[in-house]
Design a binder for this molecule. Structure first.
Ligand SMILES: *[C@@H]1O[C@H](CO)[C@@H](O)[C@H](O)[C@H]1NC(C)=O
Ligand SMILES: *[C@@H]1O[C@H](CO)[C@@H](O)[C@H](O)[C@H]1NC(C)=O
Ligand SMILES: *[C@@H]1O[C@H](CO)[C@@H](O)[C@H](O)[C@H]1NC(C)=O
Ligand SMILES: *[C@@H]1O[C@H](CO)[C@@H](O)[C@H](O)[C@H]1NC(C)=O
Length: 401
């Protein structure tokens, strides 16, 4: 994960949100909160707590008119002097004892070799890359992993290495401790089940998943063209109450995970999985809504999406894209990255949306032989990859005219 996850809130509600996060143990006490230039405050969140955070309930607890969202701060947040009693400290203490039992001395070098990032998936903790690389750990074998698990209050351990570039979104994860590889990750009331060595749970789309969860899709047929392990398919079924979701996915590991999660959430009767290349999909003229959740671009799926829309009534496309704006000069004291976008960014997104809207109208005309009107309903900002690269979602209404 690049950057530090933060809850972005308005200044007037910042103290209430801070207390609320702290009471849930989700506030990163080792980092200072940051006031940004737009009158909002960024509250640093422990990455391990991110997936369990329910923004809707936070909002209700604090004040009905309060707003909050998750952003990734790319600039290093200032560390607090005195660190709280974090799990990291407990882990350090346990490992120090273990080393001493082997007659080894605790050094700064060893301290630097401890994991820097963790992902909690139920009782399994996934350790980040570049840890426990020093030879001294080797001789401890399983005693090391048992100690680490104890320090982190976990039952199973796995370690993440670099993401493989074979076309599948699969990280290289190896099990260090534990009987089996399947984990259950609960996010916004939805259970995601997957084999941690074959699929990954990406926390990155949390704001978009929450937005989808808040849609009302009752009576609708939805097609999710890039379903993965069900990041969007599951919120469409569980929270948005879609009548039926057709989920397309070509990675067999993701399909297996999706099948299990559909059952775990009791929604498999409302979902059809289509395994394979979605460009070969036989369906057409069925969808009220098509989700195109692929970045950097879902453009390959646009003709498929146009074929899928209901010919007589049309529907809505949710088109994801990594949009790059021309580089603008940052001032040195610009502490927080401008996630909500400068005016220039917004203009680039709008230009991309206009182009896309025209392109889709043309595709629809060519495919159906009839005239269509496309209408930009909304452009949602999901994440900044850099000050000038943004993951956005275009909500495009398409109707036959
Ligand atoms: C977010 O969702 C998109 C589309 O499903 C996916 O390609 C991506 O890997 C997800 N994760 C992040 C961190 O953007
Ligand atoms: C989005 O674009 C940026 C810049 O090209 C790139 O670093 C990032 O990996 C892209 N994200 C995805 C998921 O393609
Ligand atoms: C950014 O600033 C530098 C020095 O002030 C200047 O040379 C450069 O052209 C600027 N770049 C842009 C994209 O404005
Ligand atoms: C639609 O068809 C016209 C005429 O063949 C072509 O010029 C245009 O590029 C097509 N539009 C798209 C988006 O493919």
């Amino acid at each position: 994960m690049d950057g530090v996850p933060c809850l972005r809130v308005s200044r007037c509600h910042a103290q209430q949100f801070r207390r609320c996060l702290q009471s849930k143990g989700a506030l990163d006490l080792s980092l200072c909160l940051v006031k940004d230039s737009e009158g909002t405050v960024l509250l640093p969140i422990l990455p391990s707590c991110l997936s369990e955070l329910d923004l809707q309930s936070l909002r209700t607890t604090v004040a009905s008119d309060s707003a909050c969202d998750i952003v990734w701060s790319q600039s290093p947040l200032q560390a607090k002097k005195e660190k709280g009693k974090t799990r990291g400290n407990k882990l350090e203490k346990i490992l120090q004892e273990l080393l001493e039992s082997y007659g080894e001395r605790w050094t700064e070098e060893l301290k630097g070799d401890l994991p820097h990032s963790f992902q909690w998936h139920g009782d399994l903790v996934l350790l980040g890359d570049n840890c426990f690389a020093l030879p001294v750990w080797k001789k401890m074998d399983n005693r090391l992993w048992t100690a680490v698990a104890r320090g982190l209050e976990a039952k199973r351990l796995a370690k993440m290495s670099r993401i493989s570039r074979d076309g599948f979104r699969s990280p290289e994860v190896t099990m260090l401790l534990g009987e089996h590889n399947w984990v259950k990750h609960v996010d916004n009331g939805i259970s995601y089940e997957f084999d941690v060595t074959k699929c990954m749970f990406s926390a990155g789309n949390i704001t978009e998943k929450l937005r989808v969860a808040a849609f009302d899709c009752s009576g609708e047929t939805v097609v999710d063209l890039y379903a993965g392990i069900g990041y969007f398919t599951l919120p469409y079924l569980v929270h948005a109450k879609a009548s039926h979701v057709h989920a397309c996915e070509w990675n067999p590991d993701a399909v297996e995970a999706l099948q299990k999660s559909l059952e775990a959430n009791g929604v498999s009767d409302r979902c059809t999985i289509h395994q394979g290349d979605n460009r070969q999909l036989q369906l057409c003229d069925v969808a009220d809504r098509v989700n195109l959740g692929l970045i950097p671009s879902s453009e390959d799926g646009w003709p498929v999406a146009c074929r899928l829309l209901k010919r007589t009534t049309g529907g809505i496309l949710h088109i994801h894209q990594n949009v790059t704006s021309p580089l603008h000069n940052a001032t040195a004291d610009d502490a927080t990255h401008r996630v909500s976008g400068k005016k220039a960014d917004r203009e680039v997104w709008q230009a991309w949306a206009d182009d896309t809207s025209n392109h889709i109208a043309s595709l629809l005309r060519n495919i159906t032989g009839a005239l269509w009107t496309t209408n930009i309903l909304h452009i949602e900002h999901v994440k900044s990859y850099a000050p000038h690269v943004h993951h956005v979602v275009l909500d495009l209404e398409c109707r036959p005219s």
